[in-house]
Ligand binder design. Structure first.
Ligand code: HXC
Length: 257
């Protein structure tokens, strides 16, 4: 596939997608979103990919939806094309997906970071939802995912003022899993992805499904879902290998099967 706005590379079982539209601060035009979604679907289909890192440029992860492309839109057009629905395909990725954020993650940029499973933040990164200053508000999960991530008061403050928060505030409020030096963000994200990739691929995918279920159901329903999924792990070679290797005091050799 020929991409215009993303670069892709592979380090063993980790696929790395870099948003690369420097002239527009990685503004997320339709084409850039489509390229990300296309590549994520490819990663899901590729048995040799166990985890994925999504990153941007040094100064900006992504500055949000492309305001110049968006400005002439109409409600009728948004409705008939179901504008922003393709964005949600990012959240449907089945393999573990890590956002490596340097610089600004604003509006839709923050929203796609929140569609990832883990966010690693550079010490100078900034997160925010400035859409309110454009006379609109977040439209790709910001009002929902930010509220679940940081709680109501902070989400209200961020979404209604449009002010940005620092990496430290993002970490304190649980939006990101860790803060690392800016120049190490991508390397550390790849290292974490490699740790995940060294485990059994179907187990990591199932665990991700169970964790996401925590947002979709009551506690009892979630626990039932988890229990059935856990029971099903006993159908896998990797479960037997994992337990046998522990008992025999050796490293496991998973087959992702
Ligand atoms: C289109 C953008 C853009 C955007 C930056 N650019 N952000 N173009 N859409 N969201 C363009 C600028 O117009 C400029 O183009 C070039 O990128 C460089 O940007 P500068 O602003 O000159 O750079 P800098 O001073 O470094 O500031 C970086 C920035 C700032 C802090 C990221 O650009 C910024 O605040 N951007 C907008 C943030 C925003 O409002 N995001 C929300 C978008 S709405 P020229 O041609 O002048 O060189 C949204 C909705 C999501 O996300 C829901 C969708 C479904």
């Amino acid at each position: 596939t020929k991409y215009q706005f993303i670069d892709v590379k592979k380090e063993e079982k980790v696929s790395i997608i870099t948003m690369n539209r420097p002239k527009a601060s990685n503004a997320l035009c339709d084409r850039l979103i489509h390229e990300i979604v296309t590549q994520l679907k490819k990663c899901d289909r590729n048995p040799e990919t166990n985890a994925i890192v999504l990153t941007g440029l040094h100064k900006v992860f992504a500055a949000g939806a492309d305001v110049k492309e968006m400005e002439p839109r109409t409600f009728q057009g948004n409705f008939s094309t179901n504008f922003s629905s393709e964005w949600d395909e990012i959240a449907k990725t089945r393999k573990p997906l890590i956002a490596a954020v340097n610089g600004f993650a604003l509006g839709g940029g923050c929203e796609i970071a929140m569609m990832c499973d883990i966010i690693i933040a550079g010490e100078n990164s900034k997160f925010g939802h400035p859409e309110i200053k454009l006379g609109t508000f977040s439209g790709a999960g910001g009002t929902q995912r930010l509220t679940r991530a940081v709680g109501k008061a902070k989400a209200m403050e961020m979404l209604l003022t449009g002010e940005l928060i620092s990496a430290r505030e993002a970490w304190q409020s649980g939006l990101v899993s860790r803060i690392v030096p800016d120049h190490d963000v991508v390397d550390i994200a790849i290292k974490i992805a490699a740790k995940i990739a060294a485990n059994s691929q179907p187990m990591a995918m199932m665990a991700k499904e169970c964790i996401n279920q925590a947002y979709e159901s009551t506690l009892q329903e979630g626990l039932e879902f988890e229990r059935r999924m856990f029971q099903s792990t006993f159908a896998f070679y990797d479960r037997e290998e994992g337990m046998k290797s522990f008992i025999n005091k050796r490293d496991p050799e998973f087959k992702d099967a």
